[in-house]
Unconditional design. Structure first.
Length: 415
């Protein structure tokens, strides 16, 4: 930032644009299916489909109205379009007047929406709030220079970020490959064929066993919400779908605490039961297909199926097996268009590929060691991405405010 940078006075957005929201027309998915075409259909902060006609055919700036990522710097709120588009009622449509459209787009993406959005609805940008957004007032030629500078630099930063995301995907794919090989014994010299849809081949040391022969299956329940006494003095950990986000990406193998607890009275007056520590739980509704080991005695809601392992099956081996078969669980057993559900009759028929306990232990050690490496690699890349996003946001904010000499700045950004 230049030490001698001038202070640029902002003007409210209403002085720079004409709002065309009255010309928006929402179309349902069914309506769009009857009019296929190549015109982008904008809604919910992105192109969500294609249609055969346009509502607008000019240079515009689109700004999220509701459902936009107002508080996520990794995502854009404003978009520059120049050509035929159809826009629904989830995006504000702005026709720039005396302002460079690309400059305005960058300025709106550098806006602190926490200071702009009023009222209790934190994910909706009303017209009045939008029109009051302060925009730095630079002369049009400087706006064009800033826009050209940011178009180039932001694209470079975005490409570096995309490359880091690709590296994260590669780390995850490599880990999943190692996990599958360890669980199925794919590195053994002698291989065998299995009649399982999710495991056709594996080490000859493995045998196909019905999971019900190796572990006791269970589930949980929810005490009545209408009886307040059931929800007093709650001390029993109770695993619910509200906990799934903690192990949705397999970040942890063991969960020790839950976000909600239930009471002894609620437990006694419901079908819920307390499962012993080291029981394996699998989410089967809503966020279905995610498994974790209970670190303590716990109850669960009916959204989980549980297995308490017998002496022939290590909980960790079962955990990793369920993660290996997740594509099968979600792709073939889970049903439902909006919220996937895995039903108990299908779960009762599950079989796994299992060796002797000592070989299970060796496989678990391989997976756990690789998981630690994956965790550190992903954490380092995530930190790198966070720093790049912060730099990108700061660069845009400084440039649109006239605090940066765009003729000399930013030469160190990778190309």
């Amino acid at each position: 930032m230049d030490e001698g940078a001038r202070v640029v006075k902002p003007v409210p957005l209403r002085r720079l644009v004409e709002c065309l929201d009255g010309q928006r027309v929402p179309l349902s998915a069914e309506q769009r299916s009857h009019r296929p075409g190549d015109v982008p259909y904008w809604g919910a902060n992105d192109v969500v489909g294609w249609v055969d006609q346009h509502l607008f055919d000019e240079e515009l700036v689109l700004v999220g109205e509701d459902g936009a990522p107002f508080f996520d710097r990794a995502k854009s709120v404003a978009f520059h379009v120049d050509g035929p588009v159809w826009v629904n009622n989830h995006m504000h449509v702005l026709r720039p007047r005396g302002v460079e459209p690309r400059f305005l787009t960058h300025a709106l993406n550098a806006t602190d929406y926490g200071r702009v959005i009023s009222g209790s609805t934190r994910d909706k940008l009303t017209q009045d709030d939008m029109k009051a957004i302060p925009v730095p007032e630079l002369d049009i030629n400087e706006q064009r220079r800033v826009a050209a500078f940011l178009d180039d630099r932001v694209d470079r930063i975005d490409r570096v970020i995309a490359a880091r995301h690709k590296e994260m995907e590669a780390i995850q794919a490599a880990f999943e490959s190692v996990q599958r090989a360890a669980i199925l014994g794919l590195d053994e010299k002698r291989q065998a064929e299995f009649e399982l849809p999710w495991a056709r081949v594996g080490g000859a040391s493995r045998k196909v066993r019905r999971l019900g022969q190796l572990a006791r299956m269970g589930t949980g329940h929810t005490p009545s919400r209408s009886i307040s006494d059931y929800w007093l003095n709650c001390t029993i950990p109770w695993l619910t779908t509200g906990d799934v986000h903690r192990f949705r990406r397999d970040e942890i193998d063991v969960i020790d605490q839950t976000s909600i607890q239930i009471s002894e009275l609620g437990l006694a007056n419901s079908a819920a039961v307390v499962h012993p520590a080291r029981t394996v739980a699998l989410s089967r509704t809503a966020s279905a297909g995610f498994a974790v080991i209970m670190g303590n005695d716990m109850a669960t809601s009916q959204d989980f199926v549980t297995w308490t392992c017998g002496p022939e099956l290590l909980p960790e081996f079962l955990l990793y097996s369920l993660r290996v078969m997740r594509p099968y669980l979600l792709g073939f057993l889970a049903t439902g268009s909006t919220h996937k559900t895995i039903y108990f009759p299908d779960i009762q028929d599950l079989s796994i590929v299992v060796p002797e306990v000592e070989l299970q232990r060796l496989a678990v050690e391989v997976v756990a060691e690789r998981a630690d490496s994956r965790k550190s690699g992903l954490a380092a890349l995530a930190q790198c991405i966070d720093l790049l996003l912060e730099f990108k946001y700061s660069l845009i904010a400084a440039a649109v405010a006239g605090e940066l000499d765009v003729t000399t700045a930013g030469s160190g950004i990778p190309s």
